[in-house]
Design a protein around this ligand. Structure first.
Ligand code: EPZ
Length: 418
């Protein structure tokens, strides 16, 4: 298995361009199942999960291509079943449920199972579909759904603003018979990007980005050409890289307005952020960082996907800060690995107390999930000596060309196989 070797201590200098957003591209690829015409997507990041999604589209009866950062999909002969072998490698496969129910009136999707950061149930997805007339049974590890007579528009109130649940229900409602309302909907920018894509295909969606989304179902959707939004979490990760190494980076194609909660916390810590014409300039304000308290929340609150990266940065802040993880029940797998590098972090239930130690010392560490891996890369960039990160296939799920992007701004980082 590949690993990354990082010689820390280099203040990063230069420009990094943000790639397309993984968490927008994944639902938009599943939404291609709804389109009766060809779809052409640009700014698609070259990531493992994207390749897995394209493989799933092929299994479900689509022809796809993926050249550079351009992907295309065309429905040829839709099939209703997403197999376990594929779903177990990528939980977001469950996002094919809504489109298959909408197009075929049936779907069989392997239960995704848990993952490192939590149980990740899909009960809210299923409740929403049931409100639209679908019926489900869960047998032999599969979610088997059907809706005789097709989905009907409905008023759906989510117990929690689930991102995937909002996206799945939104895709199904686009082709349902009659109007739907999704209350307590997720407000994440990636949900907005999906809604914009669906509207480009002829859907009638409004209110996306707020807690109440309304959808007027239409009989069919066409294809379209669409550019995936830039990845706000990748952008936030590289902002943290500039701050943790004491360097200065220009973040190009940065969706800065989607990062208000992140930029607020970074500024509170003493990071200087300046939005220019087509980049955001990031560096420490006066050399010192001070620790803060943060709680992860649904958007527009502080994103859980930036929690691990902020924790790495806080190892270099003065004083003690707290990080409360309120979205996932087990998203502190990076803590013990950071402690191996010399961090002083104590866990109490879902809160981490981070006492800034001001220096970390390189050591071999293990990646456990996507954002934990990013946290270890950040720590390695600032640690003294050599940090070796194993199991970086986790990292490859969400960061396009990370070692090339970091080497390009001075990091001493290399990937070794085996
Ligand atoms: C999406 O996951 C993202 N993944 C995650 O990013 C992100 O962390 C998460 O949203 C929160 O922002 C993609 O978009 C592909 P949720 P999702 O449904 O949709 C509970 C990354 O690092 N829940 O909003 O699975 C659930 O258990 C990944 O890029 C239910 O209880 O997140 C969790 O505790 C990690 N029942 C909470 O809600 C349900 O039916 C948030 O889940 C659905 C969710």
């Amino acid at each position: 298995m590949d690993k990354l070797i990082i010689e820390g201590g280099v203040p990063l200098q230069g420009s990094i361009r943000v790639s397309g957003a993984k968490n927008a591209a994944l639902p938009i690829l599943m939404a291609c199942l709804l389109a009766e015409g060809p779809v052409a997507l640009s700014n698609v990041p070259r990531l493992a999960d994207i390749r897995t999604s394209l493989k799933l589209l092929n299994i479900l009866g689509c022809e796809t291509t993926f050249e550079g950062n351009e992907a295309a999909s065309r429905v040829v002969d839709l099939k209703p079943e997403a197999p376990y072998e594929l779903v177990k490698t990528m939980r977001a496969s469950v996002l094919c449920l809504g489109p298959l129910l909408a197009r075929l009136g049936e779907a069989r999707v392997a239960l995704p199972g848990g993952c490192a950061i939590g149980a990740r149930p899909v009960d809210l997805h299923l409740r929403g579909f049931e409100r639209m007339g679908a019926e489900f049974e869960i047998t032999e590890g599969f979610i088997k759904g059907r809706c005789k007579g097709g989905l009907k528009g409905a008023k759906i109130t989510l117990d929690f603003p689930t991102v995937g649940g909002t996206e799945n229900i939104l895709m199904a409602a686009s082709l349902a018979d009659g109007p739907s309302t999704i209350e307590n909907a997720a407000r994440e920018p990636e949900v907005v990007d999906l809604a914009n894509f669906l509207n480009a295909c002829g859907a009638k969606i409004s209110g996306h980005g707020t807690s109440v989304i309304t959808v007027e179902g239409v009989p069919s959707l066409s294809g379209c050409d669409y550019r995936i939004m830039p990845d706000r979490i990748e952008a936030g990760t590289y902002m943290a890289a500039a701050a943790i190494t004491g360097g200065e980076l220009e973040i190009l194609d940065c969706p800065f307005s989607d990062l208000d909660a992140v930029s607020y916390k970074l500024r509170e810590m003493g990071v200087w952020l300046q939005e220019e014409e087509d980049y955001v300039l990031v560096r420490r304000a006066n050399g010192l960082l001070k620790n803060v308290d943060v709680t992860t929340q649904p958007h527009p609150g502080f994103p859980t996907d930036m929690q691990a990266q902020l924790m790495a940065l806080m190892c270099f802040g003065q004083g003690t800060g707290t990080i409360e993880e309120k979205i996932f029940e087990n998203r502190f797998m990076h803590v013990l690995e950071l402690v191996r590098l010399g961090a002083d972090i104590r866990l109490k239930s879902r809160t981490a107390m981070v006492h800034g130690v001001g220096r970390l010392v390189g050591a071999p560490v293990m990646a456990s999930d996507l954002r934990a891996s990013a946290s270890l890369v950040l720590a390695g960039l600032a640690a003294e000596g050599t940090t070796t990160i194993e199991r970086i296939y986790h990292l490859d799920r969400g960061y396009e060309n990370i070692e090339a992007k970091l080497s390009g701004v001075g990091a001493r980082i290399q990937r070794v196989g085996g």
